[in-house]
Design a protein around this ligand. Structure first.
Ligand SMILES: [Zn+2]
Length: 365
């Protein structure tokens, strides 16, 4: 049981990092001792996975056999027919009875180590789209494997399979770090901790090579850990990248702290926005817990805005509602209607709605 929890933790760690994955991109997998593989389901984002949602299991023995057959058929089948044969194989090897489809990249994971994670990192792609990509990656990571561009799915998987076999023949081990041209990175290792470490190491080395830093995205992990320590809950922190919000937090900060004027703001953004003195400031978070008994949905620290939710998708919904809230106030202020001229919701109604929402939430889980 611990192992699937490791995969969930790893997936959420990467899923909340915009610099590593975006939207439904990227995927992760874990192989059990009895040749089953947990693989992220298609259409689910890495930040959304949980013990009850987001993974599909596939049977590795027939999957690998099927891949060997597809290698042979590749000569005679055209691209579309090969993809159709691959889809058929995927449906056949799926062992869970739920309706979710395994990720299109399931085949990629079949020959890799126990834990594998594929990401679409910003700095990885900065190099992966350059014409001299291979030389650059090989120079910085001599032990890595570089795979030329192929259409994602079965074509890429078959190419990767050939390249991994050749790598094993030459070096006597599986590659831990694989770069995909015009696409991204795959890291695989015997433990989830190593996959996380290597993914971060590759990212940091490339940032150093490019002489840039994406450090702010790493703060999401610090905030999530802080919340985990104080509330014991596993949440995703999403760092706002919105230029409009960034401008407002500098030039119109007091507007962020006005009470909700409509129920949605409370339901999505919570009772109060929380300002932390530092990203790991547990004292302020603990006080918030004592006062409001709920996890803050919006955290501001050093003028960076974080949204706290169960997934990036839900965090972005909070961002959208906060933007709506501010848009209304900004228009009013520019038309000389100041906050004191606005009817915000009464404290009593806010308290009622807060409890009402908590009740709804409890029913949902
Ligand atoms: Zn991909």
């Amino acid at each position: 049981m611990t192992t699937i929890l490791d995969l969930i933790e790893l997936s959420k760690w990467a899923g909340q990092r915009f610099d590593l994955v975006q939207a439904g991109g990227g995927n992760s997998s874990f192989k059990t001792d009895d040749n089953q593989m947990f693989i992220k389901a298609s259409g689910i984002s890495l930040s959304e996975v949980s013990t009850s949602n987001g993974f599909v299991t596939v049977d590795l023995v027939p999957l690998r056999k099927g891949l060997t057959k597809l290698h042979k058929q590749q000569e005679t089948l055209d691209k579309k027919a090969l993809e159709a044969a691959a889809e058929e194989l995927l449906a056949k090897v799926k062992t869970a009875t739920n309706v979710a489809r395994p990720s299109i990249e399931t085949f990629l994971h079949a020959y890799l180590e126990t834990y594998a994670m594929h990401t679409h990192g910003i700095v990885v792609n900065t190099i992966a789209c350059r014409k001299n990509w291979r030389e650059t990656f090989e120079q910085i990571f001599p032990e890595s494997l570089c795979v030329s561009y192929k259409t994602p799915g079965i074509e890429l998987a078959l190419e990767l399979d050939l390249q991994v076999s050749a790598y094993i023949k030459e070096k006597g081990k599986k590659p831990s770090i694989i770069f995909l041209q015009n696409h991204g990175l795959i890291v695989s290792a015997p433990t989830a901790a190593e996959v996380k470490f290597l993914t971060e190491e590759v990212t940091i080395k490339l940032e150093q090579f490019l002489n840039i830093t994406n450090n702010t995205y790493r703060l999401t992990s610090v905030i999530s850990e802080n919340i985990h320590n104080v509330f014991g809950a596993s949440k995703v922190s999403y760092l706002s990248n919105d230029a409009g919000l960034r401008e407002l937090i500098i030039n119109a900060k007091p507007l962020f702290f006005q009470r909700p004027f409509t129920p949605d703001t409370l339901v999505y953004c919570g009772v109060r926005l929380l300002v932390l003195n530092d990203f790991d400031d547990a004292d302020t978070l603990t006080k918030y817990k004592e006062n409001f008994t709920e996890i803050p949905r919006v955290i501001i620290c050093r003028d960076l805005i974080f949204f706290i939710a169960d997934s990036v998708r839900k965090a972005r919904e909070i961002e959208e509602v906060l933007k709506f809230h501010l848009a209304v106030l900004v228009i009013n202020v520019t038309q000389n209607i100041q906050p004191q001229d606005i009817q915000f919701l009464e404290e009593e109604e806010l308290n009622y709605l807060a409890k009402w929402d908590a009740e709804k939430y409890r029913q949902a889980v």
